[in-house]
Design a protein around this ligand. Structure first.
Ligand SMILES: C[S@@+](CC[C@H](N)C(=O)[O-])C[C@H]1O[C@@H](n2cnc3c(N)ncnc32)[C@H](O)[C@@H]1O
Length: 386
């Protein structure tokens, strides 16, 4: 099944369906949690008449042992949503792009079998096509009709990096409420940066100077991801987009505990970031934002168990303290809403009172609020750093 790797394409499976790995299941858990939280935020109150999900590398819709593929996960998450009664004024448009004919056909069949009849407000279309070609067409049509893209999550989930195109991704991000979720093969890029078979495809993503620095760096520095995000951001800026861009990543490791890829989320919305953070947080162990097949024991843990532990609060409070210290120094008054916004929009952590309580207990901050319940941090107060 595994044909190995060649120029920018990794583990190209020949069969129509293939076996799922635990880290793919973790990726699916993130996607499902995100859609479940994203749909009501955008759809309730019918503020948005249309929401779009683009699965750019849709796959066959199922895995070898019957697990659902990403298009099925998303359709079911919307169709079976607890709050679906409130979604009826919003149209959910799903575009599934799949290059291979056998997989596109399989997907068509699996949707019918597993998702069944859809209500009129959920639409889908399977495009037997290539992601970049199809996206160019969609973007050109929007451009020529002067239309804006409805809030859209575009999942870019290729088997390598050959189809990662800064221009297409940047043009998607041109739209106000567009977001990207990218499977970025950082582990392979680090390993193949010396490989003559892969180097021409790698040169599409990085400058010669960046490639040199990646070669000289340690894997821990993760320059492949850092430069990828920098180059993508630069491309987005070239289109005149000045909005703040937020990103968060989730690392996946294989059964030898080697880095496979980062799932990278890019958005202009701090609220979107918060929602994705929570989806990623609860799909990993104790705030680690990473998942390894190596120490995943299917007999002991389900993905759902993760995030119940609270040791992460200690690490989070240290990181947030350092972030605040760099920004404000010691002794300055910092309003509590500012602190919360920094945690939510500028750190990888979700805001919890426990984070500030931990800082207060360890006397790293003083808290100034009239009358409050213990371990709470109402917005009317402020803190100073020690
Ligand atoms: C990693 S799999 C996708 C898995 C799927 N997103 C899921 O999570 O269940 C990548 C898929 O992209 C398809 N593919 C490869 N190149 C493509 C391209 N340029 N455009 C669209 N699909 C492509 C492959 O045939 C394969 O089915």
């Amino acid at each position: 099944m595994d044909k190995g790797s060649f120029g920018g394409v990794i583990n190209a499976n020949d069969d129509t369906v293939w076996e799922i790995s635990p880290h793919t299941a973790a990726k699916h858990s993130i996607l499902k949690k995100y859609i479940q939280a994203w749909a009501p935020i955008l759809a309730q109150g019918s503020y948005h008449r249309r929401l779009v999900y683009i699965d750019g590398f849709a796959g066959p819709g199922e895995y070898k042992n019957g697990e659902d593929g990403s298009p099925i996960i998303v359709l079911k998450a919307i169709k079976e949503h607890q709050l679906r009664g409130n979604f009826r004024n919003t149209e959910f448009v799903n575009i599934f792009i799949e290059k291979r004919d056998d997989r596109a056909k399989n997907l068509e069949r699996v949707i019918k079998e597993r998702v069944g009849t859809l209500p009129s407000w959920i639409k889908y279309e399977i495009k037997h096509s290539e992601f970049n070609t199809e996206m160019k067409q969609i973007l050109n049509e929007l451009e020529s009709e002067g239309k804006n893209l409805a809030p859209c999550l575009c999942f870019v989930d290729p088997f390598g990096w050959n189809d990662i195109d800064y221009e297409i991704l940047s043009n998607i991000m041109k739209y106000e409420k567009a977001e990207l979720l990218i499977t970025f093969m950082a582990g392979y890029l680090e390993r193949f940066v010396w490989d003559p078979i892969h180097i021409s495809s790698i040169k599409r993503l990085y400058s010669d100077e960046q490639i040199q620095k990646i070669r000289e760096s340690s894997n821990e520095e993760n320059l492949v991801t850092k430069y990828f995000l920098e180059n993508l951001t630069e491309n987005i800026r070239k289109l005149g987009i000045k909005d703040r861009l937020f990103n968060i990543s989730f690392a996946t490791y294989n059964n030898h505990n080697r880095l496979e890829y980062y799932l990278i989320y890019l958005t202009k919305s701090c609220k979107g970031l918060e929602v994705m953070k929570s989806a990623m947080f609860f799909s990993a162990k104790d705030g680690s934002y990473k998942f390894s097949d190596f120490d995943f024991d299917p007999a002991q843990k389900t993905l759902i168990d993760y995030g119940q532990e609270s040791d992460w609060v200690i690490g989070a409070s240290e990181e947030i303290y350092q972030l605040l210290l760099t920004r404000f120094g010691k002794g300055r008054s910092i309003p509590i809403p500012t602190v919360k916004s920094i945690v939510k929009c500028e750190s990888k952590w979700m805001f919890k009172n426990d984070i500030l309580a931990e800082m207060e207990d360890s006397k790293r901050i003083n808290v100034f609020v009239d009358k409050r319940r213990k371990r709470t941090f109402p917005d009317r107060g402020y803190i100073t750093l020690n």
